[in-house]
Design a binder for this molecule. Structure first.
Ligand SMILES: Cc1cc2nc3c(=O)[nH]c(=O)nc-3n(C[C@H](O)[C@H](O)[C@H](O)COP(=O)(O)O)c2cc1C
Length: 208
């Protein structure tokens, strides 16, 4: 029997101009793509393409917009931007967040993107790839807490990427230093991402 198709989003979680998030996400995707089974589709989702109101609003909070097992109805949020974000995220079975650390947590824009939805995240497994001067471990820890709050599924893995080369370049030009990816590979970060991704797929295939 053919394996069930699965869809995984790799989410660029910063929106700063300039930002290094897209370059790091590209590197992450280059690691996981070759090991993805043929029934797994990987898509990059950039939260910058889904601008949202600063806060959820209205009388019905996202956790009450539907009930488990019943898809969120089209237009349920009554806001074109939130409805577009909801429809996009509902497409996926699992997620890989590539997030920087901002002041010991995740970027506010990522928190807002998470808060606007609930059922679209519910029970779905996730991998967290954080980055920052020391690897963004506090952002990853914060995201794990929030993920539990939105009743997300298993955290299949978390990998911290310390920007040890060219932090100035990352901040001021949004560029990854040419030696950084090789340094991460040497430190086993690529292997860590591969293992986390394999676990994510295993969970999605119901074999965990
Ligand atoms: C508001 C802000 C807060 C930051 N806080 C941290 C921090 O707590 N720890 C850290 O290692 N780097 C911190 N940084 C540096 C970021 O790791 C670095 O700027 C990185 O390029 C941010 O990712 P981005 O370019 O995708 O936005 C911070 C950067 C910004 C803009």
């Amino acid at each position: 029997m053919a394996a069930k198709a699965i869809k995984i989003a790799v989410i660029i979680s910063s929106t700063r101009k300039p930002r290094v998030g897209p370059s790091i996400t590209k590197w992450v995707t280059s690691i996981i793509a070759p090991s993805a089974p043929s029934h797994a589709a990987i898509e990059t989702v950039d939260i910058a393409d889904y601008p949202l109101p600063l806060s959820p609003s209205g009388p019905v909070i996202p956790a009450k917009i539907t009930t488990p097992g019943v898809p969120v109805p089209k237009g349920a949020y009554g806001d074109a931007q939130v409805d577009a974000w909801s429809e996009k995220i509902a497409e996926f079975n699992g997620f890989i967040f590539v997030t920087p650390q901002y002041n010991w947590s995740i970027p506010a824009v990522l928190k807002v993107s998470l808060d606007h939805l609930f059922f679209e995240w519910l029970g779905k497994p996730v991998v967290i790839v954080s980055y920052g001067g020391r690897g963004g471990g506090k952002a990853a820890a914060a995201l794990k807490e929030i993920w539990a709050g939105v009743r997300g599924g298993e955290v299949a893995g978390a990998v911290e990427l310390p920007i040890t080369l060219g932090m100035d370049l990352a901040q001021s030009k949004g560029e990854l230093h040419e030696g950084q990816a090789a340094a991460w590979e040497k430190d086993g970060k690529a292997k860590g991402i591969e293992e986390a991704f394999t676990r994510l797929v295993t969970v999605l295939e119901g074999k965990a």
